[in-house]
Ligand binder design. Structure first.
Ligand SMILES: Cc1cc2nc3c(=O)[nH]c(=O)nc-3n(C[C@H](O)[C@H](O)[C@H](O)COP(=O)(O)OP(=O)(O)OC[C@H]3O[C@@H](n4cnc5c(N)ncnc54)[C@H](O)[C@@H]3O)c2cc1C
Length: 403
């Protein structure tokens, strides 16, 4: 199989952005992550600085006030932020997916209405497919929308695991609009549902949308994951993604496309987390002494470092290749699946090896690896589990190599 070339070498523009984000991560994220993780508190001051750096508008074109950068640059930025703390990248990742959906599928009016304020971070976006009874099996969605008097759509149902579910202003939500459609995915629509940020019981024009208390998690703290309850929520027909005429019952394909870039983005988070685990392992193993010498001088430890570094480089290459292919306009579902699968498993592997290298101290909250070890498993689950990635890769392989 011919593989598209992938390069680790950033352009001069990318180098300047990476340098800026790396400095921000070293100065603002790494020293403060322990506090926000321990308190499970929304990192508001860091989020404000993300706005100032323009990171909410990173892929939004300049005509809407964004930086207009490509997916490849975006994954480099996500890698740097995640090296500090994956929860910070979580704050912008769902926003990025929302802006991708608007740019690719939104109507002109929808782009004009939302993108300028999204570029500055004034309004923020979440996206929602999962429900209490489903995650992998998206076509089993039960939340539904029906057109009512006055032309709006009434949405009813419960969503689950919505990252930024409380603090967002917009939720790109996939619901069933044609219960009789066959196949089922032809009966789903993506609505842009508006809400008040930080408010659990919405009222007035947003009445009917409730955000229950945030879900308690083992890691990925600070950024909230919530349920969303739609109970008679009225969404104007103008807020069908792409407009009612073009967008009704087109939501499944739109969301699956967004998941493709979402997977490159989760892969980048895995690369950043694994990078930090390697850095911590390299430092600790040279400082800690065992049997009369630094533990890094024991071959068994060097083998661990070698395996971590090798897997990390491979994960980074796969991630950049997936992003570069998407930027070139190529279909990259298989490559994004490979990147997500390998990078998330690499993150889990590197977190565990780093913890082992730290010995007992790795189990102590005094050391950063303890948080990283709790954060890593999320990457195995979000945007499709490892099993689901293998299903995507296997299906594509057979399609591309049909006898
Ligand atoms: C912290 C966090 C944040 C999240 N944020 C969001 C968000 O912002 N928006 C959103 O929509 N969702 C979000 N999710 C949900 C996430 O996408 C789902 O959890 C994920 O897709 C898995 O779905 P599930 O949890 O229902 O597991 P299930 O689908 O029930 O799967 C359970 C297990 O069975 C396996 N499995 C399922 N089907 C198959 C099969 N056919 N073959 C083999 N194995 C299979 C899975 O791989 C998994 O191991 C988030 C989840 C978490 C934990």
């Amino acid at each position: 199989m011919a593989l598209a070339p992938a390069s680790l070498e950033p352009t001069d523009e990318q180098k300047a952005i990476i340098e800026m984000v790396r400095q921000f991560t070293d100065e603002q994220i790494i020293p403060n992550a322990e506090h926000y993780d321990g308190a499970d508190e929304y990192p508001e001051p860091i989020v404000e600085q993300l706005k100032e750096l323009g990171l909410f508008g990173i892929t939004i074109p300049e005509e809407y006030g964004g930086l207009g950068l490509d997916l490849t640059t975006y994954v480099m930025v996500v890698e740097e932020l995640s090296r500090g703390w994956i929860s910070i990248s979580g704050v912008i990742n769902t926003h990025f997916i929302g802006s991708y959906l608007l740019l690719k599928y939104g109507s002109d009016e929808q782009r004009q209405k939302y993108l300028p304020r999204m570029a500055t971070g004034e309004i923020r976006a979440a996206f929602s497919l999962s429900e209490p009874e489903l995650g992998s099996d998206v076509q089993a969605i039960k939340t539904s929308a029906k057109k009512v008097d006055g032309g709006a759509y009434e949405i009813n149902g419960q969503k689950m695991w919505v990252t930024n579910g409380l603090m967002s202003d917009l939720v790109f939500v996939l619901v069933k609009t044609d219960p009789d459609a066959q196949p089922r995915h032809k009966g789903f629509t993506c609505f842009i549902t508006e809400k008040a940020p930080g408010v659990s019981e919405n009222t007035g024009e947003y009445a009917g949308l409730t955000v229950p208390p945030k879900i308690k998690k083992m890691g990925y703290k600070g950024v909230e994951s919530t349920e969303l309850v739609y109970d008679g929520y009225k969404c104007p027909a103008d807020n069908v993604l792409g407009g009612e005429e073009a967008g009704l019952n087109k939501g499944f394909a739109q969301m699956m496309d967004a998941l493709e870039v979402g997977r490159a983005n989760v892969a980048a988070r895995g690369v950043g987390l694994a990078q930090r685990a390697l850095e911590l392992a390299l430092r600790y193993s040279q400082e800690r002494r065992a049997f009369g010498k630094p533990s890094a001088e024991h071959q068994a430890i060097q083998f661990k470092l070698a395996d971590m570094a090798t897997q990390l480089d491979a994960a980074r290459l796969l991630t950049r290749r997936a992003a570069q292919m998407k930027d070139a306009g190529d279909r990259s579902d298989m490559e994004a699946g490979m990147a997500k699968l390998f990078a998330s498993e690499t993150a889990r592997y590197c977190a565990e090896e780093c913890l082992r290298i730290h010995g007992g101290y790795g189990y102590s909250k005094e050391y950063e690896i303890e948080r990283i070890y709790r954060d890593a498993p999320l990457l195995l689950i979000g945007e499709g589990t490892s099993e689901i990635q293998k299903m995507v890769i296997g299906k594509k392989l057979l399609q591309r190599h049909k006898l």
